[in-house]
Design a protein. Structure first.
Length: 258
């Protein structure tokens, strides 16, 4: 029998358009959460003080500049500062990067490596484990230079499984393993949600996306694209902003299905 779905909640944020008292209800849900969705595009496992992030794509700007495309610097530094703030604010013991820490081998310049290593050297009591993504072709080779504690293809901590690409998560499972996993947490998609207001205003932004037993994290990196996710009848979606996480499931669905 598959274990029950872990409790997922936004960090104290009521649902958009919520009723009076929604804030206190959300706070109570946060206190009981197995997975807490955080402002700043990360998720926390409170029991193990583990921070989950995905798709930083460090070195992407450097990759573009090497190709002759003039891209300003600064996005990676801002992303690492935001990551460090999350680690310190939540007393994180372990960071799991769910793939695509790096963008390309050509972007792994000495500056990119040094910036990440400086981040690691400021957080010596926090472990950093990379679940390898399709862009992390250079990660194993320079793991020591980056200060990574481990690089793995996937990580099972029942009832959770951590991968980069959710579609390949259960390819080699035996029956016992399959029934022990209740939720797959992944990256790769860079999910975005499209919202339309009553006046016709439109918004598209990063989101956490849950459908059936797969939770997809938003891309943590600022210099990344995105993919508009389908909002099925079984899906839940939270807007992932730097200052708040909002459950916008009802608003994201077509009016006929709300």
């Amino acid at each position: 029998m598959t274990p029950p779905l872990p409790v997922i909640a936004a960090a104290g944020s009521p649902a958009a358009g919520g009723l009076p008292g929604a804030a206190s209800t959300a706070a109570a849900a946060s206190a009981k959460a197995d997975i807490l969705l955080l402002p700043g595009r990360g998720a926390l496992l409170p029991a193990s003080r583990t921070l989950l992030v995905a798709d930083l794509h460090l070195g992407k700007a450097a990759t573009f500049r090497r190709a002759g495309i003039p891209i300003p610097e600064g996005s990676a530094q801002g992303d690492l500062a935001r990551l460090e703030t999350l680690v310190r604010d939540h007393a994180v013991a372990r960071v799991l990067v769910l793939g695509d820490l790096l963008h390309a081998a050509s972007g792994c310049t000495s500056e990119v490596v040094a910036e990440f290593r400086a981040f690691r050297d400021r957080l010596t009591t926090t472990a950093v484990i990379l679940v390898l993504g399709n862009h992390d072709v250079a990660a194993r080779r320079i793991a020591g230079d980056l200060g990574l504690d481990a690089c793995v293809s996937s990580l099972d901590e029942p009832p959770l499984r951590f991968v980069h690409i959710a579609a390949a998560a259960a390819a080699d499972d035996d029956e016992a393993t399959a029934t022990a996993i209740g939720l797959v947490v992944a990256g790769h998609v860079h999910p975005r949600v499209k919202l339309r207001g009553p006046s016709g205003d439109r918004l598209a932004d990063r989101c956490f996306h849950l459908d059936f037993s797969i939770l997809t994290l938003p891309a943590f990196g600022s210099f990344t694209g995105g993919h508009a996710v389908e909002i099925t009848d079984t899906a839940r979606v939270w807007l992932a902003r730097d200052d708040a996480v909002l459950d916008v499931t009802r608003l994201a669905r077509p009016a006929s299905r709300r």
